[in-house]
Design a protein around this ligand. Structure first.
Ligand code: GLA
Length: 331
């Protein structure tokens, strides 16, 4: 039997996977064997659990939490406040006009209280606010309805409400392009300002949607050091390693090339060397999936194109990447 990933890294961090109701069936054995943490890929997002004001739909999320429980795994909650996948009713009055600040704050509070309380004690960390920082120029916060209607303290409020609902859950700010030096400084500035105000935030989630070519390992290291200097915990929350360059539009491949697999294995080795080196700060490393038979990168951003971003292949067999990561654990 191959070594279990989560056991190999038990001195360092949890090993997680994003799952959904289909993958907890299709990848059940692989998940139970190698992983000791899960994140709901979509099933705890606003629009999924709270489609209309008076209706909460927790069936799918409950299934995932039950799966985790029956396999002794932890759960990361994802996500409470985001500009995407949030039901439109949240921002509008019955007559179609936009709600005012107090109404939106009251709705946010009620949503957070309901969702966080439901899984109190079962979720060790929540991505409270996802992707609020802008990718553009000097702009700090991304334009969104949350920002428009509430103002920039929507972020602090979300953390306060989440902390009140479950004082034991670790609360994270989560974002992508987290290793880009410009965005990194914005994320740092945002989190520092929250800490300075005494907002209950405990960590930064580095999504880590990386590729064979990007980001440079030094940028990853610098990002980890910069964030860690705030004294918060770090989680790698959505790790995957696309085999395509961002600009690459090719759609002809039906399997990864040997060269891609070799490069990917080398990249995974470097990533895990750095993650292990900083494991004093990094307490959880979650892949955004588990094996190459299912990834959100299939068809995104190039339609009809498959991707192979994980340590396990489409048949759940270990790739060279897995062996390299394991070697890092033992070194
Ligand atoms: C972002 C979100 C995730 C997921 C991915 C794409 O990273 O945080 O929830 O939607 O995009 O799958």
């Amino acid at each position: 039997m191959n070594a279990k990933l989560h056991e190999a890294f038990q001195q360092h961090f949890l090993i997680g996977a994003a799952v959904n109701p289909r993958t907890i069936q299709a990848q059940r054995e692989l998940l139970a064997y190698h992983f000791n943490s899960i994140t709901a890929e979509n099933e705890m997002k606003f629009e999924r659990v709270h489609p209309t004001e008076d209706q909460y739909t927790f069936d799918a999320a409950d299934q995932l939490v039950a799966f985790a429980k029956s396999n002794g795994m932890g759960v990361r909650g994802h996500t409470l406040v985001w500009h995407n996948q949030t039901s439109p009713w949240m921002f509008t009055n019955e007559d179609g006009s936009t709600v005012d600040r107090d109404t939106l704050l009251a709705r946010m509070k009620s949503h957070i209280e309901t969702v966080v309380s439901r899984y109190k004690g079962e979720i060790y960390a929540w991505d409270v606010v996802n992707e609020a920082v802008s990718d553009n120029g000097d702009e700090l916060l991304r334009p969104s309805k949350w920002l428009d209607i509430i103002g920039e303290d929507f972020i602090a409020k979300a953390f306060e409400y989440a902390h009140a609902a479950d004082p034991d859950a670790l609360l994270f700010y989560n974002d992508y392009n987290e290793s880009n030096p410009v965005k990194r400084e914005k994320i740092y500035t945002l989190v520092k300002s929250l800490l300075d105000k005494g907002v209950p935030i405990h960590g930064i989630g580095l999504q880590a949607h990386w590729s064979l070519y990007h980001p440079a390992i030094d940028e990853i290291r610098e990002a980890i050091e910069r964030y860690a200097s705030l004294g918060v915990k770090l989680h790698i929350t959505e790790l995957d390693v696309s085999v395509f360059q961002h600009e690459d539009r090719r759609t002809d491949l039906v399997a990864p090339t040997e060269e891609m697999l070799a490069l990917q294995a080398e990249r995974y080795k470097q990533f895990f060397q750095v993650l292990k080196e900083y494991s004093e700060h990094i307490t959880s490393v979650t892949f955004w999936g588990a094996a190459d038979d299912y990834t959100w990168l299939d068809g995104f951003p190039v339609r009809g194109r498959k991707n192979w971003p994980f340590l396990f292949d489409t048949a759940h067999q270990p790739k060279q990447s897995y062996w390299n990561v394991l070697e890092v654990a033992g070194s």
